[in-house]
Design a binder for this molecule. Structure first.
Ligand code: NAD
Ligand code: UGA
Length: 463
């Protein structure tokens, strides 16, 4: 089958960029991205592509090229499903906040809604692609819904997990390490797999397109995220030991990373990993393992989360301890709120938890982040339900100028590794602060020696 029309349900951090790149690379395919969220679709259709709802380097240019040509954003979900031969499901799969599996299992209600809607609308055979990250064997549930509530048409379910990282989404999509496609081993399944392979083969070398059975594909995505997060928790565990022993975690990371079996990537000690996926996907993995009675497997992976929570808490405790065991009424300035640089996404950002701890200690938090809005920061704090919105509003002051944010501060904390922080006039910042001027570098991006020579009391991670 030659694919000419694709629909993607979910115009979020994955659906938007992924479909923009497919549209750019496959001008012969009409790509329609749909979402229930009207504001989000309105923003994707903003005449000025600099205002699209997701900030990713290079994305607005791709949207400008393809939008209106063969890339469309719409709230008309049914029409897009009806017209497409291939339907990607790219909706959110957050951790359940209620009922069985609360706090661990993936909440699949949005996935089920999509499956029911596809079943209702489809009048011709369709390929349904799981793009969202899902528990292993979800395809079985989707198939059951489609087959039992559909109009008698045939569905093929493929698993095609996404491995892009935020901040580098466009380059990751243009040059992926691999594309993974899982499908049935029947002739119909194989033909569906081939149809999707042909889409990606428009710009990805076939040697990088890996095809597997559905369950391997679903589980590979959870496994990849678990391994990546595990490396960060491992180096963060070592960072605490480094602080006690005089070793320097940057040097340790470099030394072990030069072993080609270990490799240098994902060994950067930090205030703790954030982002919408690592924690949710590992919790999901833990839940799945437990549900099969594999308690040792579950406990093994749960440690990755326990270590990460410890690392965030350890950072805030260190600030309090260093500031003579009290931060009450002190101005602590956060540089960065996003969970990593080059994104406006703040989901599960370490900054939120560190701020929450410090506000509990009655600190006054000032924040500067180049891409995150004040309302988003306040929403993040409100979501924790530690205190009222009014109290959060009072405790947090947001600046659009970093020098103003740092003026009169007792301490500065680097929470995100934005490049611009490195080239600030640190002498000017020092001069405007209370003394001693403390600097807690939660990302190890600044030059400790230079800052100490200015007069800062500099505390990095793991040294
Ligand atoms: P997101 O919250 O940014 O976007 C999901 C979108 O789906 C939202 O705009 C929501 O309104 C929409 N939606 C939900 N139900 C819908 C429905 N029934 N009909 C139409 N629209 C609906 O989420 P995201 O970050 O894009 O993540 C999506 C999936 O991709 C998740 O499973 C996630 O684990 C996975 N993933 C995310 C990343 C990432 O970097 N964010 C990377 C790889 C995989
Ligand atoms: C991660 C994976 O890298 C992607 O492959 C995956 O597709 C995605 O999750 C997903 O499934 O959502 P993302 O969360 O966007 O991507 O960003 P990462 O670069 O992985 O960073 C995650 C967090 O770990 C950030 O807070 C980052 O600052 C932190 N990190 C990363 C470290 O603390 N140290 C490192 O060495 C690397």
């Amino acid at each position: 089958m030659k694919v000419t029309k694709i629909c993607c349900i979910g115009a979020g951090y994955v659906g938007g960029p992924t479909m923009a790149v497919i549209a750019q690379k496959c001008p012969h395919i009409q790509v329609t991205v749909v979402d229930l969220n009207e504001q989000r679709i309105k923003d994707w259709n903003d005449p000025d592509t600099n205002n699209i709802p997701i900030y990713e380097p290079g994305l607005s240019e791709i949207v400008a090229e393809a939008r209106g040509r063969n890339l469309f954003f719409s709230t008309d979900v049914e029409k897009a499903i009806d017209e497409a031969q291939v339907i990607f499901i790219s909706v959110n799969t957050p951790t359940k906040t209620y009922g069985k599996g609360k706090g661990m299992a993936a909440d699949l209600k949005y996935i089920e809604l999509c499956a029911r809607q596809i079943a209702k609308v489809a009048k011709e055979n369709k390929i349904v692609v799981e793009k969202s990250t899902l528990p292993v064997r979800t395809a079985e549930a989707i198939k059951s819904i489609l087959d039992n509530t559909g109009n008698g048409v045939q569905f093929q379910i493929l698993s095609n997990p996404e491995f892009l990282a935020e901040g580098t989404a466009v380059t990751d999509l243009l040059n992926p390490d691999r594309i993974l496609i899982g499908g049935d081993t029947t002739p119909e399944g194989e033909s569906a797999i081939n149809a999707l392979v042909d889409v990606y083969a428009n710009w990805v070398d076939k040697s990088k397109i890996l095809t597997t059975n559905v369950w391997s594909s679903e589980l590979s995505k959870l496994t990849a995220n678990a391994f990546l997060a595990q490396r960060i928790s491992s180096i963060n565990a070592m960072s605490e030991l480094c602080e006690k022993t005089g070793a320097d975690v940057n040097e340790v990371a470099k030394a072990i990373g030069m072993d080609s079996r270990i490799g240098p990537k994902f060994l950067k000690a930090s205030v703790g990993f954030g982002g919408s996926c690592f924690q949710k996907d590992i919790l999901n993995l833990v839940y799945i393992a437990k549900s099969y009675g594999l308690n040792e497997v579950a406990d093994y992976w749960e440690q990755v989360i326990i270590m990460n929570d410890h690392q965030k808490r350890r950072f805030s405790s260190k600030i309090v301890q260093t500031l003579y065991n009290t931060v009450a009424d002190k101005k602590i300035t956060f540089l960065g709120w996003a969970f990593k640089k080059d994104t406006n996404d703040t989901r599960e950002s370490a900054a939120i938890y560190v701020a929450d701890d410090l506000i509990n200690e009655q600190a006054c938090i000032s924040v500067y982040d180049p891409k995150v809005s004040e309302s988003k920061m306040l929403n993040d704090l409100d979501y924790l339900q530690t205190r009222s919105s009014e109290e959060n509003n009072k405790a947090l002051t947001v600046f659009d100028d970093p020098y103003e944010a740092c003026k009169g501060a007792h301490a500065i904390s680097i929470l995100t590794e934005w490049d611009e922080f490195i080239s600030y006039d640190w002498q000017k910042i020092y001069d405007s602060m209370h003394k001693p001027a403390f600097l807690f570098d939660g990302r190890n991006i600044l030059n400790a020696k230079e800052l100490e020579s200015i007069g800062f009391v500099y505390k990095g991670i793991g040294s």
